[in-house]
Design a protein around this ligand. Structure first.
Ligand SMILES: [Fe+2]
Length: 173
């Protein structure tokens, strides 16, 4: 019981009044970032991502759920991979790709797509454009963490050398 309550309540069956608001400092629990601003910085200031030709800026993470801003140069692709958690991907700038079962679809700013982490997949940038996207994942791993993804073949079997998607075959635009 809080020391702020009258001492008599310590011996009463009645509950002390509930505070109408949580006793928190908003600055301690709320962090607002602007994706339009950060998307201009990610290519230059992003951290190299483990196992992929991309850089990322950490946005938010509580250790379970997290989001990162990712930049992929024109034509670059993540290797085929899996990971324990699923992720939501939001295309923010340029033009990108998402490949599942070696079929590649083009995504554009405003497209949001969910990928099952245990289904082998690859994200990337269109050959003609960089791609900036937000990756929201749970469980969340740091952008440079070796645990963020594991290289696989299209059947999900671990591989030592990266396998890249064959080509851009579809167009979601
Ligand atoms: Fe992934």
């Amino acid at each position: 019981m809080s020391a702020d309550y009258p001492e008599t309540w310590m011996f009463s069956n009645s509950e002390p009044p509930k505070p109408s608001k949580l006793d928190v400092d908003p600055a301690d629990v709320l962090r607002i970032l602007n994706l339009h601003h950060l998307s201009k910085l990610v290519a230059e200031r992003g951290v190299p991502m483990h196992g992929a030709p991309a850089v990322g800026l950490p946005l938010h993470s509580n250790g379970h759920l997290g989001a990162d801003l990712v930049h992929v140069k024109a034509g670059d692709q993540f290797p085929v991979h899996t990971h324990p958690g699923d992720h939501l991907l939001l295309s923010l700038g340029g033009r990108g790709t998402i490949t599942v079962a070696d079929v590649t679809y083009v995504v554009e700013p405003g497209d949001i797509y969910m990928v099952d982490g245990l289904v082998p997949h690859a994200v990337g940038a269109h050959p003609d454009s960089e791609h900036i996207l937000v990756a929201i994942g749970a469980p969340h791993k740091a952008v440079d963490s070796p645990e963020r993804m594991a290289w696989t073949d299209w059947l999900g079997r671990p591989v030592d050398a990266p396998i890249l998607p064959s080509s851009v075959q579809g167009d979601a635009a």
